[in-house]
Ligand binder design. Structure first.
Ligand code: AMP
Length: 476
């Protein structure tokens, strides 16, 4: 078995790893660390939970320490782009823990918080900067961030970047970087657009992979329950009657749906909270902390909110609604079975979700064992009780209820390619970022589009209005 010491890591890193209690490298670490230490570009296909953060953080820290020099003012030596704030925070925490004996600086830049402290941190130069694309673009437009001196560029969760419409901002950021840099690119899945982006950004990369494309984590016990849409709530309560559902993440497609399910669970006596983009940072942190501490049996989350969140010992994942893209199914169920543990994933499937199930089974190349719970009289009676507990709202197809959660694939493709397209949708943050960025001439609104007046003008960073400060958005 490979040891960390076999990988050529320096003493301060080995010491930090021992203090963290890591005994041996995970497969992605064993494969990636030597490659990155050699200064080569890397294309890593791995999900969160595989140890991929340490796979790039450890060798990066070593390379920075081996060639010590001041970080460029208003810039950084290593830039890590992350799709969400939570993941950015987690990555930075990992870097800090591994760098504890090295004296290298690590900072995060993301939206929803004040600009001032970020500008101050940037001003002196940062060794490792972990940023979300939108806020970094703001700083670049303001010249409070100048990334041209970056020596190592990391793109994490590239497929999620695509889902959020961040491909254009990434191209813009990458265009400002020096050509003479090392590139590391990580993605759980490799849709063709992401393959294309990797081709543009990477230079003769070594490819390492710990799970074949879109393959479901094998250790997870998966089941599908066919159920009428209006009887999902009593079915959920029925599942929670089993105490082995000790730490369960329930996924919904929409923010409203997450709130409704959490409210119902609480009314049914099951401690639960929802996390999604409309919650404040404080609410999200409190909910996560309570869930991690075992004070709450259920966390109800949307895909984006749950992305990259590192919670150990998740006993079950329940897909209350199936996701619109098969890759999201893989990400969702990967929340359980972390760190070599087994897990159980149960998916509810109403009649109008059959096509989604078909797509998931096709992409993951499996037939998920299914059980038909339709026409169940007990559940029908329980549904009536549930309606009294928390009156059911009229059923609306969630895809139509919240367009932010469903960017039609055509529009998403268009935006990711050329930044065009109007309307709402998940890529809103990315579009904002594009609107703010410099050099907008070509990517601007075309005739017939719904672009608002002055959309292409940079209006300066968001000032701290009361709402801007409170609202959380995963795509800042
Ligand atoms: P990641 O895939 O980077 O999100 O890592 C998933 C979890 O595994 C994190 O909690 C890490 O701290 C942990 N981890 C990473 N590498 C190791 C290792 N070699 N041994 C034990 N735990 C690890």
């Amino acid at each position: 078995m490979t040891q960390f010491s076999d990988l050529g890591l320096a003493k301060p890193l080995l010491k930090a790893l021992a203090e963290k209690g890591y005994k041996e490298p995970t497969p992605i670490q064993a494969q990636a660390i030597p490659v990155v230490l050699q200064g080569k570009d890397l294309l890593g296909i791995a999900q969160t939970g595989t140890g991929k953060t340490a796979a790039f953080a450890l060798p990066i820290l070593q390379r920075l320490a081996e060639d010590r020099k001041p970080a460029p003012r208003r810039g950084c030596r290593c830039l890590v782009l992350s799709p969400t704030r939570e993941l950015a925070t987690q990555i930075a925490e990992n870097f800090k823990a591994y760098a504890v004996h090295m004296g290298l600086s690590v900072h995060t830049i993301y939206g929803g918080v004040k600009y001032g402290p970020q500008m101050k941190a940037l001003a002196g130069g940062i060794d490792v900067l972990v940023a979300t694309p939108g806020r970094l673009m703001d700083h670049m437009a303001e010249k409070s961030a100048i990334v041209s001196g970056t020596e190592i560029f990391v793109l994490d969760e590239a497929d999620q970047m695509l889902d959020l419409g961040f491909v254009v901002p990434i191209r813009k950021i990458a265009a400002q970087l020096t050509k003479n840099r090392q590139n590391l690119f990580f993605s759980a899945t490799m849709p063709s657009e992401i393959g294309k982006l990797a081709g543009e950004l990477l230079n003769n990369p070594v490819q390492v992979s710990v799970a074949p494309q879109a393959t479901t984590v094998e250790r997870i016990d998966q089941r599908v329950l066919f159920i009428e849409a209006q009887r999902k709530r009593p079915l959920l309560a029925e599942l929670f009657a089993d105490t082995s559902f000790s730490r369960t993440i329930v996924f919904t497609r929409t923010k409203r749906g997450a709130d409704r399910v959490a409210k119902y669970l609480n009314a049914a006596g099951i401690e639960a909270a929802s996390i999604h983009g409309d919650k404040t940072q404080g609410q999200r942190e409190r909910a996560l902390a309570a869930f991690k501490a075992g004070e709450m049996r259920a966390l109800v989350a949307t895909d984006i909110a749950a992305r990259g969140i590192d919670v150990n010992d998740v006993s079950h994942v329940i897909n209350y609604e199936l996701p619109n893209v098969p890759e999201a199914y893989v990400h969702r169920i990967g929340r359980t079975a972390r760190k070599g543990k087994d897990g159980i994933a149960i998916s509810f499937c109403a009649d109008d979700e059959r096509n989604l199930l078909k797509d998931i089974q096709k992409a993951t190349r499996q037939t998920i064992p299914s059980f038909d719970r339709r026409n169940d009289k007990q559940l029908a009676a329980a549904a009536a009780v549930a309606d009294k507990l928390v009156p059911a709202e009229k059923y609306v197809d969630p895809r139509k209820a919240d367009p932010r959660n469903n960017v039609p694939s055509e529009l998403r493709r268009k935006r990711n390619r050329n930044g065009g397209g109007g309307g709402g949708g998940r890529a809103e943050g990315a579009q904002k970022a594009q609107g703010r960025g410099p050099g907008q001439g070509k990517a601007g609104a075309k005739p017939g589009q719904k672009a608002g007046p002055g959309q292409n003008e940079f209006r300066g960073p968001k000032r701290q209005s009361a709402t801007a400060e409170k609202r959380w958005s995963p795509i800042d």
